[in-house]
Design a protein around this ligand. Structure first.
Ligand code: AMP
Length: 293
């Protein structure tokens, strides 16, 4: 595996690749990242990963300084997965001057859910992803893979790629979970052993909310979604969490449900356990298909 520290090294090394398959990460790699790399391998003629902890997507009070950096272990995992090129620039390489030109995502998509609780987060994400795409693909075609775990992120990136006519195919990969159901995340390492044992309650709450939607719909009851969402958040609160949101949305644009809908749905949640903020989501059938069951 070639480790490129500069944009010039990266471009030189990829000069003969017709279709790179690219997995951007912030490092501290786990089996969720590994599954993206495995899915990426057959999709291109060069498997490229990046490790860059992007300051632009952290708020001042967030964990930029303490974000886990495990470069040597990450390199060993990437080698074992058949990664051809790792792009691991220093901050001064990717942001030689303060990044004053930014990619502003559509506020309809980016100021809700994660964006409501982490203002500016998706501007930071879109800006770095656009810049990484420019470094890796250099204007030519390729494929980039993102995790469904960060549902809103992959959706916004899909919109960005479409609106800027980038010749890059976006592939979304299913969430990899620990045996108990907790979605793998670099931030899980902040959890104490007691919190780790409890952490599955977030995905359980999403499943439970989905089950309530299914039950009420199947039995022809009024859905009363706001009440179900409030009850789900109250339940998590009673277990010691501080939920930011637990909500059922349209899958294609994350808009709230106003009526019985034929569109596919997704249940999204974010909550803090102690000092650690976790997110998760799961897909749900359409209300119309539930009604006809
Ligand atoms: P990160 O290093 O957290 O920025 O994540 C890099 C990529 O890995 C993103 O596209 C994430 O959505 C994806 N990812 C993170 N955790 C998981 C997981 N548990 N399953 C699948 N993909 C994941």
């Amino acid at each position: 595996m070639f480790i490129a520290r500069t944009v010039a090294e990266l471009r030189q090394h990829l000069a003969h690749a017709d279709k790179p398959a690219f997995v951007p990460t912030m490092g501290n790699l786990h089996q969720g990242h590994a599954s993206l790399l495995r899915q990426a391998k057959p999709l291109g003629d060069a498997l490229v990963a990046s490790i860059f902890v992007n300051r632009l997507q952290f708020l001042p009070h967030e964990d930029f300084d303490s974000y886990p950096r495990t470069f040597d272990n990450d390199c060993a995992l990437l080698e074992a997965l058949g990664c051809d090129v790792l792009f691991a620039p220093l901050e001064a390489e990717l942001y030689p001057q303060p990044q004053t030109f930014k990619v502003l995502p559509d506020p309809v998509l980016a100021n809700i859910l994660e964006g409501e609780f982490r203002p500016g987060f998706f501007t930071g994400v879109c800006t770095v992803v656009m810049k990484l795409f420019s470094c890796v693909f250099n204007g030519s075609a390729g494929v980039a893979l993102f995790g469904q775990k960060d549902y809103q992120q992959q959706l916004i990136i899909r919109h960005m790629v479409r609106q800027f006519a980038l010749p890059i195919e976006i592939v979304t990969c299913p969430t990899t979970r620990a045996p108990d159901g907790l979605a793998l995340s670099s931030r899980n390492m902040y959890l104490s052993p007691a919190e780790r044992a409890q952490a599955v309650q977030l995905s359980a709450a999403l499943k439970n909310l989905a089950a309530h939607v299914r039950d009420r719909t199947a039995s022809g009851l009024d859905l009363n979604l706001p009440a179900l969402e409030i009850a789900a958040m109250d339940q998590l609160r009673s277990l010691g969490w501080q939920p930011d949101y637990l909500t059922v949305r349209h899958r294609l644009d994350m808009s709230p449900l106003s009526a019985v809908t034929d569109a596919p749905l997704v249940v999204l949640g974010a909550a803090k356990l102690g000092q650690t903020r976790l997110i998760d989501n799961l897909e749900l059938e359409t209300i119309a298909s539930l009604r006809s069951q």
